[in-house]
Design a protein around this ligand. Structure first.
Ligand SMILES: NC(=O)c1ccc[n+]([C@@H]2O[C@H](COP(=O)([O-])OP(=O)(O)OC[C@H]3O[C@@H](n4cnc5c(N)ncnc54)[C@H](OP(=O)(O)O)[C@@H]3O)[C@@H](O)[C@H]2O)c1
Length: 248
């Protein structure tokens, strides 16, 4: 059947696949024919994702991305792959005057340095097939649409949105495409750290022209576009998926 969005014959590494957007991306990629290699820290939750995958040939690799030596060990274990979703990440709120060095360093480590080291290691170890597609999960807040108390997170994502442009330019010579998705708020566990009340969340949803937050699979489908042959002429793009938030 004609389907330019098919992922048949592609093996895709997905970080942060134990919940939220990464979990949904793993399931949706498998439904479109990909073999997925899913990674995160929590084995039990990764196994739940694994049991929801379609088809066969998938695998799990545990890795704490704050430990950069673990990243290189994980990449060394990979077969040659056709795609990556560099998705793991988290946020913690703090007004500028209360920014803590350790928190900032950790967030930069997981959200910014780790995905860059993953791509560096994949390229250095020649693990990406010619024609491979690399997708990063940035954020609308990395494109200047942030909120009070969210500066650390916005910085970690702004760096990614800049990085993908340079990486796309460099890696085009190897036939590798590099893009990012930049979601607005998506219904996942990311806000379950108790810093935002449910009343604040309901008020915030009203600002969105489509009057709701996104669903994880709605971001996964954009990732699939970027991984598939449907986007063969797309590289260096920060793709906004935000229910219209940024056009207000
Ligand atoms: N939800 C939103 O509104 C939204 C909006 C824009 C962008 N994003 C971005 O989307 C991505 C996914 O977030 P989500 O909303 O799906 O959140 P989530 O449900 O909390 O998932 C975060 C994922 O990252 C993994 N992770 C966190 N720290 C890690 C570490 N040190 N090492 C390895 N894995 C780690 C977690 O796995 P373990 O805990 O098992 O390690 C989990 O699988 C993030 O990059 C986030 O910044 C989210």
């Amino acid at each position: 059947m004609y389907n330019p969005y098919s992922l048949e014959g592609k093996t895709i590494l997905i970080t942060g696949a134990s919940s939220g957007i990464g979990k949904s991306a793993a399931i949706e990629c498998s439904k479109l024919g990909a073999k997925v290699i899913i990674t995160a820290r929590n084995k039990e939750r990764l196994e739940k994702t694994f049991s929801a995958l379609d088809g066969t040939g998938h695998s799990i690799l545990l890795c704490d991305l704050i430990d950069f030596s673990e990243i290189t060990k994980m990449v060394a274990k990979l077969p040659e792959i056709q795609g990556v979703i560099n998705n793991a990440g988290y946020t913690e709120f703090a007004p500028v005057q209360f920014i803590n060095e350790d928190v900032l360093q950790n967030m930069m480590g997981v959200n910014t340095i780790a995905p860059i080291i993953i791509l560096r290691s994949l390229v250095k170890m020649k693990k990406l097939k010619k024609g491979a597609s690399v997708v990063f999960t940035s954020s609308l807040s990395g494109l200047g649409r942030t909120s009070i108390g969210n500066t650390m997170y916005a910085s970690t994502k702004g760096a990614i949105s800049a990085f993908i442009q340079g990486a796309a330019l460099e890696l085009s010579a190897k036939g590798i495409r590099v893009n990012a998705v930049c979601p607005g708020m998506v219904e996942t566990n990311i806000l379950s750290n108790g810093t935002v009340s449910s009343e604040q969340i309901e008020e915030d949803k009203k600002i969105y022209p489509l009057k709701r937050y996104g669903r994880p699979e709605e971001v996964a489908w954009a990732m699939i576009y970027l991984l598939s042959d449907a986007s063969l002429w797309t590289t260096g793009t920060n793709l906004i998926i935000d229910g219209g938030y940024s056009i207000r």
